[in-house]
Design a protein around this ligand. Structure first.
Ligand SMILES: [Zn+2]
Ligand SMILES: [Zn+2]
Length: 229
């Protein structure tokens, strides 16, 4: 597979992002809320990625703004859906685990998210449960998935051979300054989150894609989380 050019296509809305990675085959990373799947299919078509080219639908963690269209996309592409085993319960039931707010903004966001009517998500059984690192070679992608818990217990990050990291909600973009990395509004374990960020930075990613806002450089993330200056 070495030498194959891999491309990352972002699928963005004002709130949440999903990604399509094309190598020998294609994978979808996160799926947005129900309804967002159509947007992902349209973006695939724009780039000549056919539903049958998709070898995997990878969910970075068990929040419904990331797995809401997983069942729809599985039906359209026939690809298996993978999630870390710690977050699989959310995918099965369609119900988010409890949210642990960080700071004032986090508490505000819990209230806001309780008020916003989000589309109901139907639960589905995952096809692949991630436990440790997972090589993506068998899905036609030069890269791997590593567990990066903290935001939830089952968060994962995709590291591509070309130096891209796609990390879901471990690092948020600001609501107004989308390209400024910040703590997620919800975090199950802050210490674990920082360790996970460090693990990703240790891989020297050239670009870090996010589920909300972004992308960021490794330098921006390092300055935000680990520099006292
Ligand atoms: Zn999340
Ligand atoms: Zn999210």
């Amino acid at each position: 597979m070495a030498g194959i050019r891999q491309e990352v296509f972002s699928v963005r809305s004002s709130f949440v992002n999903a990604y399509i990675v094309r190598g020998e085959r294609a994978i979808i990373i996160d799926t947005g809320f129900p309804g967002f799947g159509e947007k992902i299919l349209a973006r695939m078509e724009e780039h000549g990625v056919k539903p049958g080219d998709v070898s995997l639908i990878l969910i970075t963690h068990g929040h419904h703004d990331h797995y809401g269209s997983a069942a729809f996309l599985k039906e359209k592409t026939g690809a298996p859906v993978a999630i870390h085993k710690e977050d699989a319960g959310a995918l099965r039931t369609g119900v988010n685990p409890p949210l642990y707010p960080v700071g004032l903004m986090g508490r505000v966001m819990v209230v806001v998210s309780g008020m916003i009517k989000t589309p109901k998500v139907k639960g589905m059984e995952p096809d692949i449960l991630i436990e440790e690192e997972m090589d993506l070679a068998k899905f036609g992608i030069d890269g791997r998935v590593i567990p990066t818990p903290g935001h939830t217990a089952g968060c994962v990050t995709v590291l591509l051979a070309g130096g891209c990291a796609l990390q879901g909600d471990m690092i948020f973009g600001g609501l107004l300054r989308k390209h400024s990395p910040r703590f997620p509004y919800f975090c199950r374990d802050k210490e674990q989150l920082l360790k996970s960020i460090q693990i990703v930075l240790d891989k020297n990613p050239k670009i870090i894609y996010a589920g909300h806002g972004g992308p960021f450089t490794a330098g921006q993330v390092w300055r935000k989380f680990f520099s006292d200056i």
